[in-house]
Each structure stands twice: as C-alpha cells, then as structure tokens.
Design a protein around this ligand. Structure first.
Ligand code: MF3
Ligand code: CO
Length: 254
C-alpha cells in the first residue's frame, strides 16, 4: 500500500527533511582528507540528538547496521559502514547517506562529496549523478507514473555511458524509512504506481562510472562496483503537493 499523507503529516516530513539537510551541510564541511568516517557519523548523531530526533539506520536489518549514516568511498556504491579506521584521503569521493526521524516522520538524503583534489572524471560523475536526479524529479508530477521518473533517470545516465545500478532502488518514505512504492532508476515510461498528491518517496540515482554490476562485501552491507570503478549517489526525499514535487531534504550548499 502506498501511504497518502495529510497536510499536517507533510509538515512533519518537511521538519524531518530539514534536519537531514542540516546534517548534510555539516558533513560536507567535515569531509576533508584525514577525517575518519566514524567522525562523520559522530557529527550526524550529535545533530540528530540535539534536535530530539532518532536515527532509524542504527540497528536496522540483519546483521544490524551499526551506525546512523552510510559512508561509501570511491568504488563503494552505498551502505558503507563508518569506522574510525577508514580515513578520507585526497582525491576520494565519499557518499554520505543520512536518515533522520523527527516527530514520527523520516527524511532520507545522500550526497557524494569531493575530498581534496578530485580527478575530472570523478567530478563529472558526481555532477552528472545530480543531473540524473533532477531529470527524474521533473517527472514527479501528479498523474505521471513512477516509471516516468525511472526512465528519465536511466536515459540521462546512459547518455553519458554510465552504468545504472539495478539491484537497489529508491523507495517510499514516511513513518518509516522504507515503504512502498519502489522507485527504480531504470524502466519504461507509463509504468508503475500513479503519482498522487500526498505521496512521499526518495529518488536516488546510484550511478557507476563503469559497469552497472555490483557486489556485496563480507560485512553484508557495503555494496561495491564489480569493476572497482567509482560510483556516485544523489538522493532527496520528495513530497508531492498540489504545486508539484517538493524536496524536503534540499538546501543550497549541501
Ligand atoms: N539511506 C538508505 C536509503 O537510501 C538506507 C540505508 S539503511 C541502512 O535507502 F541501515 F543501511 F543504513
Ligand atoms: Co538514503
């Protein structure tokens, strides 16, 4: 079932989204050479605590995810586990994926940050992954279908020769971080759930410089590209209002 949120509930989604945006702004500043991914998680946990929120990722799944955010470096696509032993270095790209719950509702967003001096081809991958998100967002209109978003993301990514990850998708969000419907980053226009006022979902292209194929690491969380080439990720929580799609987790400079 796809949940339709009331005006009051959408306001709570906005508040949760704002908290996620605030965290991502701080993480962007903190993602410099020499910093551990554990320090990034500590920052996120502190801001969530100060706001009176909670971190749904902690303890999620099996084996239970041990942190508040996912930190995925270079060929890690998503779900990297923060660690005091993982230190960012010059030339890395690091994806920070943040979920926060506030007053019963969730926000979820991801950004891939440039650490120090990054190669031109990695920079382009990061910029173009964001572009893929916004192509998808344009299609998030009342009366369209989820497949319209999926198709737009895929077309854009493949126009650059990139691989679109298939095994992971965007998702509905609301009281919990993962709800129906799935929002794939590939597909046919006109297919899938119809987009209606009051829906909330995450659009999150996960785009690989090379092959779309990914592998799961022994920690049972970290997803890496099969060819070890870099990957980027860009995600916002989107709510559908009568004025069109609205990103709850978006602010400038994040
Ligand atoms: N933020 C992720 C998403 O976009 C969810 C991560 S779940 C975790 O769906 F437990 F692995 F953190
Ligand atoms: Co996310």
């Amino acid at each position: 079932m796809v949940e339709i949120l009331s005006a009051e509930e959408l306001d709570k989604m906005r508040a949760a989204g704002k908290l996620v945006a605030k965290i991502l702004i701080e993480l962007k500043k903190a993602a410099v050479p020499g910093v551990s991914t554990q320090e990034l998680d500590d920052i996120a946990q502190r801001i969530i605590k100060e706001a009176g929120g909670s971190a749904p990722c902690i303890g999620y799944g099996d084996p239970p995810f041990p942190a508040a955010i996912c930190t995925s470096i270079n060929d890690e696509v998503v779900h990297g586990i923060p660690s005091k032993n993982i230190i960012l270095k010059d030339g890395d790209i690091v994806t920070c994926d943040v979920v926060a719950e506030l007053d019963g509702f969730c926000g979820d967003a991801a950004r891939t940050y440039l650490v120090g001096n990054v190669s031109e081809e990695k920079k382009l991958l990061v910029e173009r992954t964001k572009e893929c998100f916004f192509e998808g967002l344009k299609q998030a209109q009342i009366g369209n279908r989820i497949g319209d978003i999926s198709h737009a993301v895929q077309e854009k990514a493949e126009s650059y020769g990139y691989g679109v990850v298939r095994v992971l998708t965007g998702h509905g969000i609301g009281r919990s971080m993962h709800q129906e419907p799935d929002v794939p980053n590939f597909g046919k226009p006109g297919r899938g759930h119809r987009i209606m006022k009051g829906m909330a979902f995450c659009i999150e292209p996960m785009i690989n410089m090379g092959t779309e194929k990914v592998l799961l690491c022994d920690d049972e969380w970290t997803v890496v590209t099969a060819d070890e080439k870099p990957a980027a990720h860009y995600e916002n929580t989107v709510i559908i209002t009568e004025n069109g799609p609205e990103m709850t987790t978006f602010e400038e400079d994040m």
